[in-house]
Design a protein around this ligand. Sequence first.
Ligand SMILES: *[C@@H]1O[C@H](CO)[C@@H](O)[C@H](O)[C@H]1NC(C)=O
Ligand SMILES: *[C@@H]1O[C@H](CO)[C@@H](O)[C@H](O)[C@H]1NC(C)=O
Ligand SMILES: *[C@@H]1O[C@H](CO)[C@@H](O)[C@H](O)[C@H]1NC(C)=O
Length: 331
Amino acid sequence: MPSCLLFLLFISGFPSSTAFNLTTLTFSRSFSPLFSDFNIKTSHHDKAVSLLLNRLSGSGIISSDYYNYGFFSASIKMPSRYTAGIVVAFYASNVDTFEKNHDELDIEFLGNVKGHAWRFQTNVYGNGSVSRGREERYRLWFDPSKVFHRYSILWTPFNIIFYVDEIPIRHVGRHAGMQGDYPSKPMSVYATIWDASSWATDGGKRKVDYRHEPFIAEFRDLVLQGCVVDPIDQLPSSNCTAEIAALMALDYSTITAHRRKSMQWFRQKYMYYSYCYDNVRYPVPPPECTDVPLEREMLSNGGRRTEGKVSGRRGKGGERRSKAAKHQTAR
Ligand SMILES: *[C@@H]1O[C@H](CO)[C@@H](O)[C@H](O)[C@H]1NC(C)=O
Ligand SMILES: *[C@@H]1O[C@H](CO)[C@@H](O)[C@H](O)[C@H]1NC(C)=O
Ligand SMILES: *[C@@H]1O[C@H](CO)[C@@H](O)[C@H](O)[C@H]1NC(C)=O
């Protein structure tokens, strides 16, 4: 841990956190290739998988099962060197089953030019709410291309929590006003790397530079927990009562006072865009948004940070492509 972080933790009263107690899966038990098998390499006794992007194609994997709520997690190491234009995504979606009214929970890492930090964004869609993006963008307190860190998505009928290591970085409580916008249909879990030259870095000004190929994202310590269902067979016949109760009983499905404190620490230091404060897009914030005065003040420039401290390359919130379009451009 860098000493500057220790110092920050110390001065901000950063709480200690209990490590997750997780059962990890092998690759072949949990995932299958989604596209470009030739760019997918498993290793370490099937416990890790590398996804490559080269001038031929990106690559992607998909969970072998659909989950009706769950906890999805992986330790990931991003490509290093020149990574502008690259997106590495870890997400849950059912766009392949419900084309018009799909649900989705995203973590997307955005590459950068040499010497500039990776950034990432999270997003939530429900029942085809693609016209109502719920993006937030952040930096990290470490270089994600140097070491593995764990990224997780917890999804229950009552809340959604995104984690980086044991730090909750975003919490979405299910608000009745969200109606169908709250993801509630079975989803698969995906991991992909692809060429997003048209938007990922500096609004598309910096493209993928294939002189640096291959770009490799490594995934390991895979965790898929939840109620496995057949999406075609639909909800009435699947009784997930016990599995959902187990999810909700997980220690980390609750934002304790300690966790709230670490979440605030993260958001106040590293979040640089939130749709909740983007009053141009949303004159009235979407119903699940809770007003946090410090965040509002910090993101008073239409949901964006006003200070010039944010890595010198501020991304734009708001731009967005469907996953289907992404896969088509992922070559
Ligand atoms: C971790 O989980 C396993 C089974 O899920 C359990 O047997 C074990 O006691 C747990 N360990 C801790 C430290 O909670
Ligand atoms: C989801 O969308 C479908 C069609 O687009 C609609 O019939 C249904 O009522 C919606 N469900 C919810 C919970 O809003
Ligand atoms: C689901 O299963 C539980 C027992 O595991 C049972 O108590 C409950 O009635 C079932 N619910 C439905 C809707 O079948």
